[in-house]
Design a protein around this ligand. Structure first.
Ligand SMILES: CC(C)(COP(=O)(O)OP(=O)(O)OC[C@H]1O[C@@H](n2cnc3c(N)ncnc32)[C@H](O)[C@@H]1OP(=O)(O)O)[C@@H](O)C(=O)NCCC(=O)NCCS
Length: 146
């Protein structure tokens, strides 16, 4: 059942990546456009894709943002029909591994306080709530690799 693989995104995959985001965010072309970036976009660090039977089913990414030094902001998105199978967890784990291999140590996940699936993914990967940095109804999860 969980036969997906995780691969790094390259720019030639962008048409298939767009097709994935059109499915995840069918009524939100602005978000789809924002997520269909090239790997040489400013501050982009790494993007990983999950693939099942030749089809892209999820994406996770890290962008560098500057708060008290270099912190990487992680986003993740999974095709609705493939959720609750560990896809996002595997994707975020792969992003953190790749970024850590590149020498990065600090990671944030910012999610709505109502997004129970994203909160669960963050907790499964041992991110902890950064209590001194909350934005409106978002929670900021924090992970530092020593
Ligand atoms: C958040 C998201 C990426 C999770 O993807 P996923 O592949 O289903 O995640 P995983 O399967 O790795 O883990 C999800 C966990 O949340 C749990 N979960 C799902 N819905 C839940 C809910 N409503 N309440 C509590 N837990 C929930 C699942 O059971 C699973 O936990 P488990 O492994 O302990 O059973 C997916 O829901 C999504 O794409 N949402 C829209 C985009 C989004 O919100 N991205 C996050 C932005 S930071």
């Amino acid at each position: 059942m969980s036969s997906f693989e995780i691969i790094e995104m390259h720019n030639e995959m962008l048409p298939e990546v767009k097709a994935l985001f059109d499915l995840i965010y069918p009524n939100d072309p602005v978000t789809v456009k924002r997520l269909c970036y090239k790997t040489n976009t400013q501050n982009h660090l790494v993007t990983m894709l999950a693939k099942d039977s030749g089809e892209f089913i999820g994406q996770a990414n890290a962008f560098v943002k500057e708060i008290n030094g270099s912190i990487n902001n992680i986003g993740f998105h999974v095709h609705p029909l493939f959720r609750s199978r560990g896809v996002a967890t595997a994707l975020v784990e792969a992003v953190v591994k790749k970024a850590t291999d590149l020498g990065h140590t600090k990671f944030h996940i910012i999610t709505k306080a109502s997004n129970m699936a994203a909160i669960r993914v963050s907790r499964k990967l041992n991110f902890t709530v950064e209590t001194d940095f909350e934005i409106l109804q978002n929670i900021v999860f924090n992970k530092i690799i020593f």
